[in-house]
Design a protein around this ligand. Structure first.
Ligand code: UDP
Length: 326
């Protein structure tokens, strides 16, 4: 099987690429290395089945060349991370909307099935415990940059739906909830790598707001096999699936867990959202998935718990620090 992974040098994409190579696929990775890093593919760099193409999903010609000759596509390239979105809202809109359409179009033209990676962010401020795929979206103003990510991803979903229903494209959409693990970078805002890096460096862990906001974190290694299984299951085609963890944790509680698991002596400090992200930022108080659909379709059941995730992220972070300081 020949597979294209867009964003394959990113956090989720590189784990997906590794999983596919292990399963015997030949994998073409298309990545513009904006937030992805070639180093994320280090463990696989000698693999004869891997080919890295450096380029953007917004480049129609490159995308067309990459899709030609593959049997399927995983579209994981995106502008992600709250800080990145706030800093470059236009670029993120273009990549996530325009780039996705180019990849969808190429998949249609070459007649190959595609998995589109969407996000729990599309539910916005809906704080229902156990968000289901057909639940309502509750978003703030489109002029608040945070929501532009949700807007873009939702447009990408609707576009996928249109390509499926109007043109007969074979596609599956997954909505990933707070997915975490080794290789995720803290610099774009994601809380787990940030807390782990702060704890390992003995710096205070920066909890934003009152720290009572709730998230469910899921190890990337639990998510990746489900993505593959969903694209391989014909019954999943044309549909959308949540993939997320089951354990609810407050961000204040997460900070304590990170300190405990890493054995750090760091303190915890609270910063206002304004201090962290600037004026007008809106967060969601609670984001809890219901992944029953994916459980019923492909047996999705996360096996790794939060302490496993923190330990894995800390081990990776320590290793990277050693390499960088060697
Ligand atoms: N957060 C925090 N400290 C940080 C980074 C993030 O308290 O250094 C908070 C953030 O405000 C949010 C939660 O952690 O409430 C999860 O943030 P992340 O950006 O990882 O994911 P998302 O907001 O998309 O759930």
């Amino acid at each position: 099987m020949r597979t294209l992974v867009t964003g394959g040098a990113g956090f989720i994409g590189s784990h997906l690429t590794e999983h596919l190579l292990r399963a015997g696929d030949e994998v073409v990775v298309l990545d513009d290395l904006s937030t992805g890093r070639e180093a994320n593919l280090d463990a696989m760099s000698d693999h004869p089945g891997l080919r890295l193409v450096v380029g953007s999903v917004c480049d129609r010609e490159i995308v067309d060349r990459c899709v030609r000759g593959v049997d399927r596509v995983f579209h994981a390239a995106a502008s992600v991370g709250v800080l990145k979105i706030l800093e470059k809202p236009l670029q993120s809109l273009r990549t996530n909307v325009h780039g996705t359409e180019i990849v969808l179009q190429a998949a249609l033209e070459h007649g190959v099935p595609i998995l589109i990676t969407s996000t729990s962010e599309v539910y916005g401020k809906n704080s229902r415990i156990g968000l289901r795929e057909d639940d309502d979206r509750v978003l703030g103003s489109p002029l608040k940059s945070r929501w532009s990510y949700a807007e873009a991803k939702a447009v990408a979903e609707s576009m996928t739906h249109g390509y499926t229903t109007e043109h007969g494209l074979t596609a599956v959409i997954v909505r990933l909830f707070n997915t975490v693990g080794p290789r995720q970078a803290g610099q774009y805002g994601m809380v787990v790598p940030r807390f782990v890096e702060q704890a390992l460096a003995g710096r205070p862990l920066t909890v934003y707001g009152d720290g009572h906001q709730i998230r469910c974190f899921c190890h990337v290694l639990d998510v990746v096999p489900a993505m593959v299984a969903l694209l391989e299951d014909e019954r999943a085609h044309g549909d959308v699936f949540n993939l997320g963890g089951t354990e609810q944790v407050s961000i204040g509680g997460l900070a304590e867990r990170v300190i405990a698991v890493t054995g750090s002596t760091s303190d915890i400090v609270h910063l206002s959202y304004e201090q962290a992200y600037g004026e007008g930022f809106e967060d969601m108080r609670r984001r809890v998935p219901d992944s029953t659909k994916a459980l019923e379709r492909v047996g999705f059941r996360p096996r790794r718990d939060l302490d496993d995730v923190i330990a894995a992220v800390a081990a990776h972070s320590k290793q990277r620090r050693e390499v960088e300081h060697a």
